[in-house]
Design a binder for this molecule. Structure first.
Ligand code: PMV
Length: 340
């Protein structure tokens, strides 16, 4: 785990080459509400994406192809905003499945930003968190730093608006944006395996964020729902610290119902939530991430059995161990793959 202002020493890297990896994430509580300043809690997973950046060639490429906005939007934004030198060659190894709700874009963004920072020799951890948020925000057109800060920090994080900081963990950094921002803290998350079920229906974070904004504007009662989500997040702190799976599970169920009210549920996701709740050993299940499709996450004492039931119901299951390390730098790509 890196600490603020830590400056990692990496053997074997020339000034012209850097390799960084960053983990995926699962949002446990607080999706959507976090955009309005309410608290959210997220944890990293044991899946990692690796990005290698080399200053070579006359054109910037990604995995051998010329960089293109349609296919490499996050990497293009990162390079455009952060790199002023000669064209770079980017190679990515993705251990975080894409469009699975487990943070593939934030892992890619954080790893790329960290590698570019390393090349520039200014790899301060909180600057990586800030830059990664800006890259993701500009590319997506909306959202909070929950994913990028989780992936940068590792372990568990709590995040809330700067005016109402979470004050439930150890302060990590502030993320600034326009005239506001978010405070990010490190929090304890239990050492557990969650089951993520991808519905296969692609949910778009930007579209769901915009949908919630419109719904909240039209129906002021939904502001109470955002408040409720914030309260559920706060209520989850003690059970997470105490490994109280029954309480965590029941808060996950409540959070799911709130997200349903916000309008970000999808029948294909609900089907997997129903499958999880019907399974013996499940403590709770909810949408994870923006919704509108995408994935659900369940807490269960029988991850193998639940993963099999999700697969039988047409979903794609992933068993993810939460609380893995945040961004890291490496001497070789093999080093990361072997560690995985
Ligand atoms: O990036 P996703 O799809 O896992 O969603 C993140 C949670 C939201 O609150 C919906 C968006 C955000 O950036 O905070």
């Amino acid at each position: 785990m890196f600490h603020a202002r830590a400056r990692p020493q990496v053997d074997g890297l020339s000034d012209l080459r850097a390799i960084a990896s960053a983990p995926g994430k699962v949002i446990l509580f607080g999706e959507h509400a976090v955009i309005y300043g309410h608290p959210a809690i997220a944890a990293t997973t044991n899946q990692r994406t690796v990005v290698e950046v080399d200053v070579v060639g006359s054109k910037t490429t990604v995995n051998g192809h010329r960089i293109h906005e349609r296919y490499h939007s996050y990497l293009l934004t990162a390079v455009d905003r952060l790199w002023e030198g000669d064209p770079v060659r980017l190679q990515t190894e993705g251990g975080v499945p894409s469009a699975s709700g487990t943070g593939s874009s934030s892992a890619l963004t954080v790893a790329a930003v960290a590698a570019i920072h390393q090349l520039k020799g200014d790899d301060y951890i909180e600057e990586i968190a800030q830059d990664a948020f800006e890259v993701e925000r500009v590319t997506q057109g909306g959202g909070s730093p929950v994913d990028t800060s989780a992936s940068t920090a590792g372990g568990g994080i709590a995040i809330a608006g700067l005016d109402t900081p979470p004050e439930i963990g150890d302060p990590l950094w502030d993320i600034e944006w326009e005239d506001g921002g978010w405070a990010v803290e490190a929090v304890h998350v239990p050492d557990l395996t969650l089951v993520v079920g991808n519905s296969g229906v692609k949910g778009r974070t930007d579209a769901e964020v915009a949908k919630v904004a419109r719904a909240v504007q039209k129906n002021s009662l939904l502001r109470d729902t955002l408040n409720d989500i914030g309260q559920i997040t706060r209520d989850a702190v003690a059970p997470l610290a105490a490994n109280d799976w029954v309480a965590i599970g029941s808060l996950m169920d409540k959070a799911h119902d709130c997200m349903h009210m916000l309008g970000v549920n999808h029948p294909a996701v609900q089907k997997l939530v129903d499958v999880a709740r019907a399974e013996a050993g499940t403590f709770g299940a909810k949408i994870t991430g923006a919704g509108g499709g995408g994935s659900m996450v369940a807490l269960t004492e029988k991850p193998e059995a639940l993963a099999a039931s999700i697969a039988a119901a047409g979903g794609t299951p992933y068993q993810v161990k939460i609380g893995g390390p945040g961004v890291q730098w490496h001497a070789t790509v093999e080093e990361v793959l072997e560690a995985a």
